[in-house]
Design a protein around this ligand. Structure first.
Ligand SMILES: Cc1cc2nc3c(=O)[nH]c(=O)nc-3n(C[C@H](O)[C@H](O)[C@H](O)COP(=O)(O)OP(=O)(O)OC[C@H]3O[C@@H](n4cnc5c(N)ncnc54)[C@H](O)[C@@H]3O)c2cc1C
Length: 491
């Protein structure tokens, strides 16, 4: 039987893959597209709100196969695993997941003109062979987390990025030992000042009725943080950001939750023991700072590695972090094979105000751009230049109930400190604003709270306007900086 040919075969039903399909159809409704997804549900973005030229916030939802087919009736949806591809023949081999237990697993092939690989990332898990070590990545892993948590009184969390922070924020009725390699929380996104601001905000006691639950945080004597051990409380309200914890019951078996942060350390050894009478497993963890403790299980949240297994046996160029290297057109080193999202690594010269991070925003941007690039090639048009969204890094999220926006080179990485100036404004319980100027030009900012600076600052990073004459008043709360620049640029 001859294999069916598609103009484009997309692999992976995450944000990058689904955005790619969506954009391909927008650009050319007559294109033939197949999507191969390991999972019956795919991820989509919705409620997209533009906050600036490039910056947007959106929600991420899951759609099942039938909803996807209804939305994209012309797309061939295959619930299965793409196993390998043959670049000369332009063939993809895939294993379809049987729709009933009586059906056998069949391996089939399809032919592509263009192949777009969006296989995402795989959690980087410490001691992956132990039952009591889990990671949070997909719906299944969240269910395992919930089940384990229901029987737990003490859990350990390893990692200092968004996922670890969200988990710490959401977990109830369970003691937590939080192991972080840095001397302040959320180092993936924040600086020590912003991190301190957030911890202080959580400490603030809200009027009754606004309280969701109380947390008592403990700080080790070896902590480099200046925060005192105090009763802390999380701000009420539904957390935006990751949808994995929304509507989830993340309650442990205890009656309270103490969060013990172990700073500037990591796991030295980890051992799983099991009680023969109860069959209950427990972990014994020793940290590099000498601290030893037992816990029910460990959440390993130390980031993801690009999922590149589909390229096994292929001579494909990899980036520095072992992702599939792509050029400005999202082409890999293999002809007619593209990649986007968490599985890829940009191989182009990175703009000074952009940072590559494996985030929803970038998966969406890459999904859109790879579709444009594929369409241009199929229509024999010249290659497109790299999209402007890769000029300025933008990330909108929520930490501990606060709106947090990161813009440009927000952590001043690689900048000559002698040419940098930091402007700063902090209003207790309200806002934290940090602006980085490099030779009087705005190159990055961290905005926490409802600051209303995001659009203006995004523009100032984009246009590299010389702020030398106004920098003293840039963060003055009595100066309407947005109006000022609107007037200036309209003259
Ligand atoms: C718990 C959690 C919370 C997060 N929170 C945030 C956040 O608040 N903000 C943010 O910006 N980012 C967040 N991220 C990161 C964000 O989810 C990712 O950057 C983004 O989803 C990557 O999208 P993707 O499409 O590249 O990959 P993925 O979403 O990983 O999708 C890849 C898909 O491809 C499938 N696949 C893999 N191999 C094959 C194959 N051979 N055949 C068929 N299908 C295959 C996988 O099963 C998967 O469904 C979070 C991540 C996690 C795990």
């Amino acid at each position: 039987m001859t294999a069916i040919q598609y103009d484009v075969i997309v692999i992976g039903g995450g944000i990058a893959g689904v955005t790619c399909v969506e954009s391909l159809l927008l650009l050319n409704p007559n294109i033939s597209v197949a999507l191969i997804s390991c999972t019956p549900c795919v991820k989509c973005t919705t409620n997209i709100v533009a906050l600036g030229h490039l910056m947007e916030k959106f929600d991420v939802i899951e759609q099942d196969e039938s909803e996807f087919i209804q939305r994209f009736p012309t797309v061939k949806f295959i619930h299965g695993e793409a196993v390998r591809f043959y670049s000369e023949k332009h063939e993809v081999e895939y294993r379809r997941v049987p729709s009933s237990p009586d059906e056998s697993v069949d391996v089939s092939t399809m032919v592509y003109k263009k192949l777009c690989v969006c296989t995402g990332g795989e959690p980087n898990v410490v001691a992956p062979n132990l039952d009591s070590v889990i990671s949070i990545r997909d719906t299944d892993s969240v269910q395992i987390l919930q089940e384990k948590l229901r029987k737990a009184k003490h859990v350990a969390v390893l990692g200092n990025g968004g996922i670890a922070n969200e988990f710490i924020c959401e977990v109830e009725d369970c003691d937590v030992t939080w192991i972080i390699k840095d001397n302040f929380i959320n180092s993936a996104f924040l600086d020590p000042g912003a991190s301190e601001f957030l911890i202080n905000q959580i400490k603030t006691v809200k009027p009754k009725g606004e309280q969701k639950y109380l947390k008592r945080w403990q700080y080790e004597s070896n902590s480099k943080s200046s925060v005192d051990a105090t009763k802390l409380e999380e701000k009420t309200g539904p957390a935006l950001g990751p949808d994995w914890h929304k509507n989830l019951d993340l309650k442990g078996l205890g009656s309270k939750e103490n969060v013990n942060i172990q700073y500037s350390t990591t796991i030295q050894s980890i051992e799983e023991t099991s009680d023969s009478s109860s069959n209950k497993k427990e972990l014994k963890i020793v940290l590099t700072n000498g601290h030893e403790f037992g816990c029910d299980f460990l959440v390993s949240a130390t980031g993801v590695n690009p999922a590149t297994g589909f390229f096994e046996g292929q001579k494909v160029k990899l980036g520095e972090d072992s992702g599939i290297e792509v050029n400005e057109s999202f082409e890999t080193s293999i002809a007619d094979v593209y990649a986007a999202g968490d599985c890829c690594t940009p191989g182009w010269e990175i703009a000074p105000h952009w940072v590559h991070m494996r985030l929803w925003t970038q998966a969406k941007q890459m999904g859109t751009c790879v579709a444009r690039s594929i369409t241009a090639c199929l229509q024999n048009e010249p290659k497109l230049p790299l999209d402007i969204c890769f000029e300025v890094f933008t990330h909108v999220t929520t930490f501990f109930g606060y709106k947090v926006i990161m813009l440009g080179n927000f952590n001043a990485k690689g900048l000559d400190k002698n040419k940098c100036e930091i402007l700063f404004r902090c209003t207790k319980n309200m806002e934290y604003i940090k602006v980085i100027l490099h030779e009087d030009k705005l190159c990055g900012a961290i905005l926490i709270g409802e600051t209303d600076y995001e659009e203006t600052f995004e523009n100032l990073i984009l246009n590299q306007f010389d702020l030398g004459f106004i920098k003293d008043g840039l963060l003055d709360p009595d100066v309407d900086i947005e109006d000022y620049f609107d007037y200036l640029f309209s003259c």
